[in-house]
Ligand binder design. Structure first.
Ligand SMILES: [Zn+2]
Ligand SMILES: [Zn+2]
Length: 347
């Protein structure tokens, strides 16, 4: 454990510009023993923006040293769509919806229809050949100064997350392969310009929209299925009487986040044990939706889009990343060593 340092001792606490609504009831007051099943998490609240390499971001440029090779995937991939096509499609549709009054149908010009067809074209064998070996895609970077609770290796203060935007048959998941890099930001004196990215991807859902982050520290309580049987039973009885839902309203937050607990809503609880024997902890959650119910929608944001015109963007899906059918991908890390292999689950 001696090689660990808690980065948040250096953190400048910022006023979050996104705020999780207060819980409708203080569950820890009703069940003080939940103190043993409490952790903090940091909701990252990614929102569309124009991040630079000096910013914490999703889908922004990384603080990558100009003299360090960009990592590539070892697998040869054939793409379903070009990355350029994904961006072109989003741009055309954003413009078209943006001029469409609410309640009216979308009308595309001939030029836009032609551009959309071009955007959706399946990559040719030649495109695939040129696209491999596949550079990894920059997915996110987190500066410890911005993200309370992000624990970094000694002398490091920056986490960079890259992925290969093709389904990989690893960890019993068919999802993009996630790679982490830890750095000391001050080591990077010259930043790599024109950062590489994959020319073809498996799904448009794997191309992140550039987002700035608005980190907020929140409290989470353990997934109901991992509470002791007796406590769980008493909470269930209380739910009946009080008209609240522990799992949905009071325990686990939603959206991209650091720390906290994993939900096990899809598979039921699975042990996440490192090969060294330690219980692993969620490091990062890559979530499809920032919120699915008003319980977790920031108070600053409307519950439905307003204004005269339609919008392509879904307010609760700012990154455009979709994990399978709308799930979350959890990256687990060993508390003993940053060098032990990561584990993943999708829930
Ligand atoms: Zn790959
Ligand atoms: Zn370990």
């Amino acid at each position: 454990m001696q090689n660990w340092v808690t980065c948040h001792q250096y953190v400048v606490w910022m006023t979050p510009s996104r705020t999780t609504p207060p819980r409708p009831v203080d569950i820890a007051a009703a069940f003080p023993e939940l103190a043993a099943y409490r952790r903090t998490a940091t909701r990252l609240h990614p929102r569309p923006g124009d991040p630079g390499p000096g910013d914490s971001s999703v889908g922004g440029p990384l603080l990558w040293p100009a003299d360090e090779p960009w990592p590539t995937c070892e697998t040869f991939h054939k793409g379903e769509v070009t990355t350029e096509g994904v961006r072109l499609r989003r741009r055309i549709l954003a413009q078209a919806w943006g001029r469409t009054r609410r309640g009216e149908s979308l009308v595309l010009s001939e030029q836009e229809q032609a551009d959309l067809e071009r955007a959706d074209a399946t990559p040719t064998d030649e495109d695939d050949a040129k696209a491999n070996p596949m550079p990894l895609m920059a997915l996110a970077q987190l500066y410890a100064r911005d993200v309370p609770g992000l624990t970094c290796p000694e002398r490091m203060d920056l986490l960079q997350v890259l992925w290969c935007p093709h389904d990989h048959d690893e960890h019993d998941l068919y999802l993009p392969a996630v790679h982490l890099r830890w750095r000391r930001a001050s080591d990077v004196t010259a930043v790599l310009a024109d950062q590489p990215e994959p020319a073809v991807v498996e799904y448009d859902d794997y191309v992140p929209e550039p987002c700035m982050l608005h980190p907020e520290v929140v409290t989470e309580y353990q997934d109901v299925e991992l509470l002791p049987q007796d406590l769980r039973k008493r909470i269930e009885d209380w739910e009946q009487a009080a008209g609240h839902d522990y799992q949905k309203e009071l325990s686990l937050t939603t959206g991209w986040r650091v720390g906290g607990f994993a939900s096990w809503s899809l598979s039921g609880p699975q042990p996440m044990i490192c090969e060294c024997g330690r219980d692993m902890k969620p490091l990062l959650t890559i979530d499809t939706c920032e919120w699915e119910s008003p319980y977790w929608r920031p108070v600053e944001e409307p519950d439905y889009p307003s204004g005269e015109f339609e919008s392509l963007a879904k307010p609760n899906m700012p990154t455009e990343i979709v994990i399978s059918r709308g799930y979350a991908l959890y990256v687990f890390i060993c508390p003993d060593s940053f060098d032990h292999p990561l584990r993943f689950t999708m829930q």
